[in-house]
Design a protein around this ligand. Sequence first.
Ligand SMILES: Cc1ncc(COP(=O)(O)O)c(C=O)c1O
Length: 393
Amino acid sequence: MKDFTPRKEFLPFCRPTIGEEEINEVVDSLRSGWITTGPKTALLEERFRDWSGGQEAIAVNSATAGLHLVLLTLDLEPEDEVITTSITWPSTVNNIEICGARTVFADVDRRTLQLLPEAVEAAVTGRTRAVIPVHFAGAPCDLDPLRKICQKHGLDLIEDAAHAVGTRYKGRLVGSDSNIAVFSFHPIKNMTTGEGGMILCQSRKRAERMRRLRFHGISRDAWKRYSKGGIPQYEVTEPGYKYNMLDLQAAIGLHQFAKLDSFNQRRKTLAENYFRLLGDIPEIMPLKPPEYEHTHAWHLFVVRADIEGLGVSRDEFIMKLQERNVGIGLHFPAVHLQRYYREKYGFSKGMLPNAEWNSERLFSLPLYPLLSQEDQEYVAAALKEVISSCKGS
Ligand SMILES: Cc1ncc(COP(=O)(O)O)c(C=O)c1O
């Protein structure tokens, strides 16, 4: 490729879209004298409750913390098992281990990276307590068959919805009729609070326990104790954690949430551009959107490289892209082959063929509302240039 000119500036893999509204709202909190959990956090919870059609909403300081709280409410015992996917961020899985249970991995669909219901069904034993699918990259997992399996065996379905704020499955918003769904507001997510997360949950009793566990296991957070009419006394009902969201974070989240639809619309347009631009690059294979009816939130644009055809590893390939000033993400190397899991369970290659095939080939292209079409054209040109350099032409 003779006419490829590398950009001078690095194209970041991700950049949050922060407007004056978010900045002013944070300043308002800073000036107000109240910066920790308080009225803005309560308002963000209310917005999520209304949006979900009345689910319990519990704001936390990360999705990781949210998943931990959810798993704590299962009161897992050492031989209990939780079934999940290997193609996820480690915290989905680590929390199962932290709560003292055993992780059981089921394979994913090779084309979509969604957890395969038939693999979940095959993994159920008398000790299975829960299933944690991930709505991968912003597409929903196949909830109907997973719900059926969970109902049949009396299991909790815990949806890792970190990628799925605004995703719909068969017309219904993810989280709106979920047993439990946990969203992430990390800076690369579809909306951000800096760091943060939200649990949506059907059971009021369970939600009340998670609210206590998110703040030391006591019944009143600081806002309820220190504000006018608040009661300063408190009681520990069980030892808890420090997982509360700050008003400083909720201040950002309130405006991000108001812009969510426009952010997701922009992501959809960008994803369509990528499909068009990658149409003549057979060495780069995007994930396939699932065939069941859905609305994709386009959190990530994940592709797989034809490493055999290119004669390089994925890691070499993405290094070449980075040398050409393209920021790249890795979502995700298989968790079952990470050292802790290999050593504890004796896992090795061959046990999850679809997850492993993808794990060796996948990477994510930049995708965020501030990305321009020219940026995407540059990414496509850089991909072509790297491919031709791999092939020695
Ligand atoms: C699938 C998945 N689950 C959970 C998390 C954890 O989210 P957080 O960073 O908010 O703890 C992430 C974060 O990237 C994720 O991708």
